[in-house]
Design a protein around this ligand. Sequence first.
Ligand code: PLP
Length: 337
Amino acid sequence: MHLARFPRVRLGHLPTPLERLDRLSEALGGPEIWIKRDDCTGLSTGGNKTRKLEFLMAEALTEGADTVMTQGATQSNHARQTAAAAARLGLACHILLEDRTGSNDPNYNANGNVFLDHLHGATAEKRGPGLDMNAEMEAVAEAWRAKGRRVYTIPGGGSNPTGALGYVNCAMELVGQADYMGLKIDHIVHATGSSGTQAGLVCGLRAINAPIPVLGIGVRAPKPVQEENVFKLALATASKLGCPGVVARDDVVANTNYVGEGYGIPNAGTIAAIEMFARLEGILLDPVYSGKGAAGLIDLVGKGVFAHGQRVVFLHTGGAAGLFGYTAAFSYGSAAA
Ligand SMILES: *Cc1c(COP(=O)(O)O)cnc(C)c1O
């Protein structure tokens, strides 16, 4: 395992802190809850896509791109971090945004991440729900190339083997911190979506022989689909790293019981988890990913899934900028309240 073999640009404030959540642990009365603060990666309010973009943007530069193109949901944190990374490196950025929720809320459509996309100078175009968004993006990229632009496309969520290297890096960083602190980690829990985070983590942990169980809390797809997506990407990432075969199908575990009505639609459990982290720890979660991940963590602790005395690390994947697109989901969040 030698990540320096791969091109990388420094975009994140790394290592991110690994800290114990005393008040949350006490309130839940189960295992010790620790947090890996990947919401603090530093790029335009931070988040997990920054680690992936360190490797993706390096590849774009290596290929001589003048433009990066990506796609995501309207309130995509990935799009926002890509826009910021492109700004930092002097590249143009164009984003295709998919309307997955059908919301007419002006905050959802123009505030939060959407506002920041534009603030970073990215251009954007919209698509209705249900299309093959990576195919839509490739078609736009071809049209731009025909006009002479050198376009590097990044799949949704930055989830390909190059992007997943960012979470191989996180796995090594986290284990290094835990070893230094003398902290034996029993479980890692985080929100899983386009799969690159979990695939990179599982692959990295296996490759350094630190087989800490990872639980991905799903935000969109049903469990078999989510696990298969993560597993496939973990296999491809292991091949890229030169250690094919380190990841077994059993290493990939997702729990998709906290999706609620659908992607990007928070439910009561999501809101309760966001309020709990905000009020007990002063930490901001988001309504699409980390709020659902934390809702899963809280519920599973309540069900006794993690034993007293165990150490569970919640990987905070970021997303708080999205809160400003979702104020209406909170009782005090609309102007009328
Ligand atoms: C993208 C994202 C995730 C999910 O990560 P994947 O690598 O897409 O599975 C989790 N949390 C936040 C805040 C995200 O933006």
